[in-house]
Design a binder for this molecule. Structure first.
Ligand code: FRU
Length: 492
């Protein structure tokens, strides 16, 4: 078995044609297009020469890559940041804030504007325009805040990464900023805070109870950094236009998998939706993941909501409507799983919706295998969903790559799991997005065999869609395959 199995390029997620990519930057919906800028190395497959790459989409599924938007210069890299769209004569103006990371170690915020919808940019002559004289001040996210009188103010959040603090600035004109407050530190030490976002969301869809969710990405640092690597968290609270106050002193994991980082939301999304995209990798082993000639992929765009789950406000992430619509159009099938597990076959670019009643089936296991010497095992039991990636092809990526991720899932009632698999990108949405688990999975090429086992005989209902071809699996393929003789044990 080769150490580096073929990593198929995702078809319904964004990947750059060539070279290194990390964080999404400057997510904005403008003039009918979704713009994705991103941390990009125009010159190679490793981190460096950081610039803003650029891609656009009209449906969040199909992306077109454009020339580099903001290019590194001698002595200055262009780190992460954000964009807002404002009305201007004859259309809109885009204002970008990004971190200038200077070769002398200083990090400060700079500004650029675009009048042609994000294709050409004019840098502010006064850059950097926000400078604290420090070396880990970065990742500006500009958001909108409308006060009780209806007045719009711009708020810029940026981290002092090593202090684990978010600094808040306010502005009326997107140009001059007043420092209004700071939040943090909170939660575990031994990490830097990166890529903050602050998102207003109605709790349980009640427009009179809007809560503000502070989203953070944290990356372990220090002498013995946590080998699990980087991850995202959030804290729910209130924001009065000046100060963020957390409802509880607890950072909650945003995604229970290993590979979701630097997620932020789009400015100006239609209907004010909060749509987040993250980078599907982990600083612990991002450079080691054997994809080529591209290195780095974005997550699915996820629609955020805030629901009371097990008595607490929890961020809910729903898959994008283009996926849900394909599922609605596809045929549903049911298999009864008894002593023998049942195999289904999927393309390597699929979405699979699985439902069962745990009162009947007991615990349920799902194994995914492609043509590489690796597999992913899901075990749903009681209140836990465990997702394990294992096997020689997983071990070959990096010593810390094999992993088991555990997500807390609902109690009582039927279970729903939605699996989105696009080449090496596996995103699991449990209980309609109340929990998510996002992982890189080196399964190799499809078809993917999905083996479903149950603790007790019971029905499992599923819908499978081959997203690459925009078609549901034809009836013949939806018929369960025979259980192979050397079936993996599913003892639960
Ligand atoms: C997060 C991050 C940001 C920084 C960028 C550099 O992944 O470290 O804090 O702006 O990546 O590429």
């Amino acid at each position: 078995m080769s150490d580096s199995p073929v990593v198929p390029r995702p078809t319904f997620h964004f990947t750059p044609l060539h070279n290194w990519m990390n964080d999404p930057n400057g997510l904005v919906h403008d003039r009918g297009r979704w713009h994705l800028f991103y941390q990009f190395n125009p010159e190679g497959p490793e981190w460096g020469n950081m610039s803003w790459g650029h891609a656009t989409s009209t449906d969040l599924q199909h992306w077109t890559e454009h020339p580099v938007a903001l290019r590194f210069r001698d002595g200055e890299q262009i780190f992460s940041g954000s964009i807002v769209s404002t009305p201007a004569a004859g259309g809109t103006e885009l204002t970008a804030y990004y971190t200038s990371a200077y070769a002398n170690g200083r990090q400060a915020q700079s500004r650029a504007t675009s009048r042609d919808g994000g294709f050409t940019w004019e840098l502010d002559a006064d850059n950097p325009v926000l400078d604290r004289g420090t070396s880990a001040f970065r990742d500006p996210k500009v958001i909108r805040y409308t006060d009780e009188t209806g007045r719009l103010r711009w708020i810029l959040l940026a981290v002092e990464a090593e202090d684990r603090q978010v600094h808040f600035y306010a502005s009326d004109d997107l140009r001059s900023w007043e420092h209004v407050s700071a939040f943090g530190p909170l939660g575990p030490s031994g990490v830097v805070w990166e890529c903050p976002d602050l998102v207003p969301l109605p709790l349980d869809d009640d427009p009179d109870d809007v809560r503000w969710t502070l989203i953070l990405s944290t990356n372990p640092v220090g002498e013995e950094p946590d080998r699990e690597g980087s991850s995202m968290s959030y804290v729910v609270g209130r924001f009065d236009g000046t100060r963020f106050t957390a409802d509880s002193a607890e950072l909650v994991r945003l995604d229970s998998g290993r590979d979701l980082y630097a997620g932020v939301t789009f400015d100006s999304a239609p209907q004010g939706d909060a749509i987040m995209v993250g980078w599907m990798s982990n600083w612990r082993y991002a450079e080691a993941f054997p994809s080529t000639p591209w290195k780095g992929a974005m997550s699915l765009p996820r629609q955020l909501a805030l629901h009371t789950v097990r008595g607490r406000p929890r961020l809910v992430q729903r898959p994008p409507s283009f996926l849900l619509e394909q599922l609605t159009r596809a045929a549903q099938a049911t298999v009864v799983v008894a002593e023998q597990p049942v195999d289904l076959s999927l393309s390597g670019h699929s979405v699979l919706d699985l439902r069962w009643d745990p009162d009947t089936t007991g615990a349920v296991s799902v194994r995914l295998r492609g043509d590489a010497d690796a597999c992913v095992d899901l075990e749903h039991s009681g209140r836990a969903l465990r997702v394990t990636r294992r096997g020689p092809a997983a071990e070959a990526v990096h010593a810390d790559f094999p992993s088991t991720s555990v997500a807390e899932v609902g109690t009582g009632g039927p279970v729903q799991l939605l699996l989105s698999l696009d080449g090496p990108l596996l995103e699991i949405f449990a209980d309609h997005g109340e929990a998510t688990v996002s992982n890189l999975v080196p399964l190799g090429l499809g078809p993917i065999v999905v083996t479903v086992g149950t603790e007790r005989p019971g029905a499992v209902t599923y819908i499978a869609v081959d997203v690459a071809s925009d078609e549901s699996i034809p009836d013949s393929a939806a018929t369960p395959l025979h259980a192979p003789q050397d079936h993996p044990a599913t003892a639960l």
